[in-house]
Design a protein around this ligand. Structure first.
Ligand code: 5GP
Length: 198
């Protein structure tokens, strides 16, 4: 049996990686999302244990101390971390795992799982990105400015990823991610054992 595929999706805020990941998971029930822990407060409609594990700083620090995170990072003043537990087990069992994390986190994961597939979601234009960040309506003016400025700088990191998916139309972008996953699974390097057994 082949190991599961670790799929890491990141990109600047407003590029639409959250929407793409949600649709991808809805269409592909065999892919499992890794739920991160965060110290940020839940937004309206967010549920603990579904969107994130919402923890206070004390608990988060204790989790860092117990080596519970595969990676963690400070993003816009809050901590976010990928719980290590389950991911290794799932991959070993052949289950595909999706991480929707920021760029620092993704690059740290790349050092550990170089055989993961790293996908960068890009906006069609910076104008469109600004509209999307404002349109979200969950942030203060100051937070919007901060997110837009860091989004602009973050684009340079796209070159460290394996794939760049422009999110012009969500369904098309999801199809592209699905195509990437299929192609990755067909790589000979992932099929050595299977080929040798034939
Ligand atoms: P938001 O607060 O909008 O949910 O997320 C802010 C940023 O944190 C997003 O770029 C999101 O992908 C990222 N993020 C979410 N979970 C993790 C995680 O476990 N690790 C890292 N490094 N970033 C994360």
């Amino acid at each position: 049996m082949s190991k599961g595929l670790l799929i890491v999706v990141s990109g600047p805020s407003g590029a639409g990686k959250g929407t793409i990941c949600k649709k991808l998971l809805k269409k592909n029930k065999d892919i499992q999302l890794s739920i991160s822990a965060t110290t940020r407060s839940p937004r309206t409609g967010e549920v603990d244990g579904v969107n994130y594990y919402f923890e206070d700083k004390e608990k988060f620090k204790a989790m860092i101390g117990n080596n519970e995170f595969l990676e963690y990072a400070e993003v816009y003043g809050n901590y976010y971390g990928t719980p290590r537990k389950n991911i290794e087990e799932k991959l070993e069992k052949g289950i595909d795992v999706l991480l929707e994390i920021d760029i620092q986190g993704a690059l740290n994961v790349k050092n550990i799982y170089s055989d993961g597939v790293f996908i960068f979601v890009l906006p069609p234009s910076m104008e469109e990105l600004k509209k999307r960040i404002i349109g979200r309506g969950t942030e203060t003016q100051e937070a919007i400015k901060k997110r837009f400025n860091s989004a602009y700088k973050e684009l340079d990191y796209a070159f460290k990823y394996d794939y760049g998916v422009i999110n012009d139309e969500v369904d098309e972008a999801v199809k592209k991610v699905e195509a990437i996953i299929i192609a990755e699974k067909c790589k000979v390097s992932r099929k050595v054992d299977i080929i040798k057994q034939l």
